[in-house]
Write a protein that binds this ligand. Structure first.
Ligand SMILES: [Zn+2]
Ligand SMILES: [Zn+2]
Length: 123
């Protein structure tokens, strides 16, 4: 169990229910607009594709070295679409797309209009 699961306050939605065949989708859990971003990891030495994984929010190779040349360096590249050639290698990162900033302001105004609360004057 991770610390983030113990302390609910730090719990971050992982947007697990966003379908992988969609580029952009509203997460059913948190309501954020989430983009599926696909990444490939290649050996920096010979350019062979390596199986990618995510550690601490970063795309890294699953193995510590290249099986082709033994090199430890790697490069991460973003790919537009997942295709059948890369399906065994690529990894997805689900990133929130921030274009809904106006929504907060609007709901705040509505909350003010529907409440009967009248602030007392402080003396
Ligand atoms: Zn979510
Ligand atoms: Zn290599």
């Amino acid at each position: 169990m991770q610390w983030s699961n113990i302390f609910n306050i730090n719990k971050k939605c992982t947007h697990d229910k966003v379908p992988l065949d969609q580029d952009i989708y509203y997460c059913p859990d948190c309501g954020e607009l989430v983009e599926n971003q696909w990444f490939l990891v290649r050996c920096a030495c010979c350019g062979m594709k390596e199986v990618a994984t995510v550690r601490n929010g970063e795309v890294v190779p699953l193995e510590n070295f290249c099986h082709n040349c033994g090199g430890k360096g790697y490069t991460v590249e973003r790919i537009e679409k997942l295709d059948c050639v890369n399906i065994n290698y690529a990894i997805v990162l689900r990133e929130i797309v921030n274009n809904e900033i106006n929504e907060y302001t609007q709901s705040w105004v509505e909350a003010m209009q529907t409440t009967n609360y009248i602030p007392k004057l402080l003396k």
